[in-house]
Design a protein around this ligand. Structure first.
Ligand code: NAD
Length: 331
C-alpha cells in the first residue's frame, strides 16, 4: 500500500509506516508551503494515487473523494478532524483516524508558564530591562516583585486530559488545586471536586480546559466573573466561545480582577474591536494561540497515528474505537 504523508511526521514513524505499508511519500505542509484546498488536494491525490492519506490541514471534501476513489483510510493529525468532511468519508466507507491528546502536554506546560509569567511580571520586566531602564539600586527588586504559585488556590474547569496535567504540574508547585467537572465523580488524585460557583469565588487562579459543546458555550458567565477575587488571575487556553467576553473585558478594564492570560480569541488573527480590546489591556498576557505549539507535538501525533493505523491493519476494534472519528465504520 502507498501512504501519502502531508503532516509533519517523526522520522522513526515514517520508517515504521514503510515497514507496515510499503511505500511512503513525505510532503508535509511545513515543507510545501501551505495547506491544500479542495482542488489542489484532488490534483495531488490523482498524481500520487495513495491508499492512505495522512494530513493535518488539507481540505478533504466530497468533491475530493468523488474525484479520487482510491483512499482506504485517512489519518488526521488533529484532535478533531475540522479540515475533513467526515460525513462524506463515512459515505465513501473511509475511516478517519485522529490524534487526540497530541498537544496535551504542550498546552498544560504553557498554561503554567503563562501563570508564572503573569504572576512574576516576567514579560514587562524583560522589556524594561531591554529598554535600558535598569539603574543602580534596588528599584528592579521592588518594581518587579511578583507572586509565587506556592500555596495559591487554583481552580481548574474541566478535569480532562489537559486539566489533569495542569493539576499535576501545579501540585508540584505546592498549589492548592481543585476542579469542577460534572462528568467526573468525586475527588480525584487528591484534588477536590467543587462547584463552579465555589471555584470562582475562592480561587486565586482559574484556568478553563473544557471542549466546545452546546453545554459549555458561555459557561463562564458575567455572574461568575464578577464573583472572582480582586487579586485573581483568569486563564483561557481552551476556546473563546466558553466565556462571556464582554464581562471579562469589563472586569479586566475596571481592575475588578488582577488579570488574564489568553491564548484564544473569537477571531484569529484578531479582526474586530472585540478581539483587539483584550490585547490593548496591560493586565492581559495575550498569546497568538500557541499553547499547543511545541516541536514534540510532531512526535506525539506520529506515534498516536501509527498505533491507530496498526490497529486498523490488525482490525483491532477496541483500539480503533478510541481513534476513529466516524465510529459507525468500526462496527
Ligand atoms: P478533554 O475532552 O480531554 O477534557 C475535557 C473535560 O471537560 C472532560 O473531563 C469533560 O468531562 C469536561 N467537561 C465537559 N463539559 C463540561 C462542563 N460543562 N463543565 C466542566 N467540565 C466539563 O479535552 P482536552 O483535550 O483537555 O481539551 C480541553 C480544551 O483545550 C478544549 O477546548 C480544546 O479545544 C483546548 N485546546 C487548546 C489548545 C491550544 O493550543 N490553546 C490545544 C489543544 C486543545
Amino acid at each position: 500500500m502507498k501512504v501519502y504523508v502531508r503532516a509533519p511526521y517523526k522520522e522513526e514513524c515514517l520508517d515504521e509506516l514503510r515497514s507496515m505499508f510499503g511505500e511512503v511519500v513525505y510532503e508535509p505542509w511545513t515543507e510545501t508551503g501551505e495547506r491544500y484546498y479542495e482542488d489542489e488536494m484532488l490534483e495531488h491525490l490523482l498524481k500520487e494515487k495513495p491508499d492512505i492519506l495522512i494530513t493535518e490541514l488539507d481540505r478533504v471534501t466530497e468533491k475530493v473523494l468523488s474525484g479520487y476513489d482510491g483512499l482506504k483510510a485517512i489519518g488526521d493529525c488533529r484532535g478533531t478532524p475540522a479540515n475533513i468532511d467526515v460525513e462524506a468519508c463515512t459515505k465513501h466507507g473511509i475511516p478517519v483516524l485522529c490524534t487526540p491528546g497530541r498537544n496535551n502536554q504542550a498546552v498544560a506546560e504553557m498554561v503554567v508558564a503563562g501563570m508564572l509569567a503573569f504572576e512574576r511580571k516576567l514579560i514587562p520586566a524583560v522589556e524594561w530591562t531591554k529598554s535600558g531602564q535598569w539603574v543602580k539600586g534596588t528599584t528592579p527588586y521592588y518594581l518587579w516583585m511578583g507572586h509565587e504559585l506556592m500555596g495559591k488556590k487554583v481552580g481548574i474547569i474541566g478535569y480532562g486530559r489537559i486539566g489533569r496535567i495542569v493539576a499535576k504540574i501545579l501540585a508540584a508547585f505546592d498549589c492548592d488545586v481543585s476542579f469542577y467537572d460534572p462528568f467526573v465523580k468525586g475527588d480525584q488524585d487528591g484534588f477536590h471536586n467543587i462547584s463552579l460557583e465555589q471555584l470562582f469565588k475562592e480561587s486565586d487562579i482559574i484556568t478553563i480546559h473544557v471542549p466546545v459543546l452546546d453545554s459549555t458555550k458561555g459557561i463562564v458567565t458575567r455572574e461568575l466573573l464578577k464573583s472572582m477575587k480582586p487579586t485573581a488571575l483568569f486563564v483561557n487556553a481552551a476556546r473563546s466561545v466558553m466565556i462571556d467576553n464582554d464581562a471579562l473585558y469589563e472586569v479586566l478594564k475596571n481592575k475588578e480582577i488582577a488579570g488574564a492570560v489568553i491564548d484564544v480569541l473569537d477571531n484569529e488573527p484578531p479582526e474586530t474591536e472585540n478581539d483587539t480590546r483584550f490585547i490593548e489591556l496591560d493586565n492581559v498576557l495575550m498569546m497568538p494561540h500557541i499553547c499547543g505549539a511545541s516541536f514534540e507535538v510532531t512526535d506525539h501525533q506520529s506515534e498516536i497515528l501509527n498505533s491507530g493505523l496498526r490497529a486498523w491493519l490488525d482490525d483491532d476494534k477496541n483500539m480503533l474505537e478510541k481513534v476513529v472519528f466516524n465510529k459507525e465504520l468500526c462496527k
